[in-house]
Every structure is written in C-alpha cells, then in structure tokens.
Design a protein around this ligand. Structure first.
Ligand SMILES: *Cc1c(COP(=O)(O)O)cnc(C)c1O
Length: 388
C-alpha cells in the first residue's frame, strides 16, 4: 500500500490514508508498539526510531492518517486536545499577540487567559463575524489567529476563507479548532488555514474511550517546528491510545454521515416542538449562520444540537435531563452514543454567570451530542422526556 495517495477521496483516505502494512509481518493494522526505546546497531545507527517521545511507530501511523484526512503535510498526536493547543502556543514569545474568537471552548479560553497571559502574551477576543473590528486588532506583534467553528454550545460560525485571506495579507499564522466539524465536513487547510487542531477525544476517536489531541500543519516546515515543540516539552500520545484513535478514524466518514442525518432530524423535531424555545443547529434555515455553514461545511452539519425551553425555566431543563433514557446525561461529545448536557451547570459552569449571560448561554439551555442510534428511538426518548 502506497503511503501518499493524496488523490484519494475522503472515504478512502479515512481508511488507507498514510497507512502501510507492517513490514515485518504484513499486519494490516499497526501493532501497538508498547515500547519506550529502540535498539541501535551502532551508536546513532537505528531504524528511524530511537525513543518514543520523539516518535513511536503506532503514533506515526496515526499521525500519517491525520495529515491525510486534513490534507496537510504533517500530523502530530498529543495526550489531549488542550496539549495540542498548548503546543501551538509554544511557537510564541513574550510580547506576541493573539487574536481569538470570543466564543471559544472553555478550556482554550482558560489556557489563554490564565496561563499564557502570565507569560507576556497578549490576547484579543473578538466576534469574528465583525471583520472590520477583527482587522483593526492587528499590529506588528500579532503572530497568531485562533478560531473555532462551529462553537460550543451556541453553534456560532466563522467564515474560514474570509479570515484566512486577512491572515495571509497580514502574514499571521491562522489556526482552526476543527473538533466539531471534523475533516469529513470541513477542511480548513484547503480554505487557507495553516494549522488544524482537534480534540481527538471527540469525533476522531468517536467511541468515548480515549483522551487525545491532534495538530495538522499545512507545510512541512511548520510541522517540523511544531514537532520540535512537542518533542521538547513532551505531551505525546501513547501507543495504545494512538491505536484507538486510528481505529476510530477508519469509520469517521460512516459515523459522521449518520451523526449529520440524526442531528438534522433531531433539530427539525425540536424546532416544531411546542415546549422548545430556540434551536441552535447550523443546518436549520433559521440558524443565523446557515449561509456560512452551507458555504464551508460539505455533506451535512454535524451532530451537535442546542436548544432552550419556551418557558425559559432552568427547572424544565433539569427535569428533562433527569428523564432522558437513551441519551446519557454526561459531559463530552462526538461518540457513537447520544449524550445530553446542561452547559450552565456542567461544561460551562466555570464561566462566570454574567459572562455566560453575555454570550447567550442561558440556564434553560440543553446541549445534545446526537449519536448514531436509530433516529426513531432518539426522537421517542426526547418525546417521553418532554411529556413526563
Ligand atoms: C473537548 C474540546 C477541546 C479540548 O480537548 P481535550 O481532549 O478535552 O483536551 C478543545 N476544543 C473543543 C472544541 C472541544 O470540544
């Protein structure tokens, strides 16, 4: 099997991209190389592997798959999504400035505002749909732009191509957190981004059984800089977990297809339900970012759906979440099983109440990660939870 079949279509890349049969035995899946070190025949003479923090064959197989599905030059696998983000920050120096979206994953915001701001890096948080405001924040110290689209839990979108054009003009690195969309729906490097980041814990892994992160660099040169930072600071993914994420990627296209079908149907069901207030889903015509979604997401709009209650009552959302049976009340997302979450009390509880209010995260809000179960059972479960 050739390792560099970049002409392949996505569904084929998900299975074969960057993969080789294991040379010693022909094993179709890479063995879990559970080893820290590799024998050398003479000092400095080795197979290409020396020590597993630098590289491990199981992790290499995953990293090649990541590069293939995101259409980049180099993939890197990390011990968590935040470790991947942290590695990008290590390209910066004191006095550098970052422009980031104002509606980021809470852990990313926490890292920027409570860790890296203490290292002399300055952050600007802005609504990326106000491109004039965004442009006005650039100066000679600006080194990185960080965007997440769609966002959590409000499903706000940012126009990747428009932002990429500005970053290119200003010669500033542009990174996109592609966790919610996955490369099945959206390929930021093809739209002008330099780096894609993933919490592979979510859709890439896809089975709620591993914490992992990923970066994919558009160029070999940038990939090498990121690999140096990863190697020099150490947050690599272990071989067992690398195997699990690689296994997950092989069905990414199949899972995403069903996540999208089920997500769209759940959003449409909720939109017509008399107890429901607002529904946030990029695939609904009523969604404020529907036109950007149609432009840059291909093949569907994902499995994440957020809604509020017409009553506006927190108690209604809590009672609903206590009653769901097929949906599991839990944090996280992107696995085969459907999950339900109360952002204000769970995933976003660390954000101060007034900031939550300003963002639009209300106390009657429920976020669903719609899984790949039978749609009839999912709708029936929601129905009984509303009716009880
Ligand atoms: C979960 C998540 C992260 C953080 O990833 P971990 O694997 O939990 O470290 C970052 N961004 C988004 C959008 C996420 O959903």
């Amino acid at each position: 099997m050739n390792t560099n079949l970049n002409y392949m279509k996505f569904n084929t890349k998900a299975i074969h991209g960057g993969q080789q049969h294991e040379p010693a035995t022909g094993a179709v899946m890479p063995p879990v190389f559970q080893t820290s070190t590799f024998a050398q025949t003479s000092p400095g003479v080795h197979s290409g592997y020396e020590y597993s923090r630098a590289a491990n064959p199981t992790r290499t197989a995953l990293e090649n798959a990541l590069a293939s599905i995101e259409n980049g030059a180099r993939g890197l696998a990390f011990s968590s999504g935040l470790a991947a983000t942290d590695c990008v920050m290590k390209l910066l120096k004191p006095n550098d400035e970052v422009i980031a979206m104002d509606d980021l994953y809470g852990g990313t915001y926490r890292m920027f505002s409570r860790i890296y701001s203490h290292f002399g890096i300055k952050f600007h948080f802005v609504d990326m749909n106000d491109l004039d405001k965004f442009k006005s924040l650039f100066n000679e110290n600006t080194k990185l732009v960080w965007v997440e689209t769609p966002t959590n839990p409000l499903m706000k979108l940012a126009d990747i191509e428009a932002i990429a054009a500005i970053c290119k003009e200003k010669q500033v690195l542009f990174a996109v957190d592609n966790t919610f969309a996955t490369p099945y729906l959206q390929q930021p490097l093809n739209m002008g981004a330099d780096i894609v980041m993933h919490s592979a814990t979510k859709y890439l892994g896809g089975h709620s059984d591993v914490i992992a992160g990923a970066l994919v660099a558009k160029t070999e040169e940038l990939g090498e800089k990121l690999h140096f930072a990863q190697f020099a600071t150490g947050a690599t993914l272990g071989p067992q977990d690398s195997y699990l994420v690689l296994r997950g990627i092989k069905t990414l296209h199949l899972r995403m297809q069903r996540h999208c079908e089920n997500g769209q149907k759940v959003a449409e069901y909720l939109e017509q339900h008399p107890a429901v207030g607002k529904v946030f889903y990029p695939g609904l015509e009523s969604h404020p970012y529907n036109s950007i979604a149609k432009k840059q997401m291909k093949g569907g709009f994902g499995g994440m759906v957020t809604f509020t209650f017409k009553s506006g009552k927190k108690e209604d959302s809590i009672a609903f979440l206590e009653r769901v049976k097929v949906f599991t009340l839990a944090e996280s997302l992107g696995g085969v099983e459907s999950l339900a979450n109360h952002p204000a009390l769970m995933t976003h509880a660390s954000i101060p109440e007034e900031n939550r209010k300003a963002l639009g995260i209300t106390d009657d809000m429920v976020r669903l990660s719609v899984g790949v179960e039978d749609i009839d059972d999912l709708i029936a479960d929601l129905e009984q939870a509303f009716n009880a």
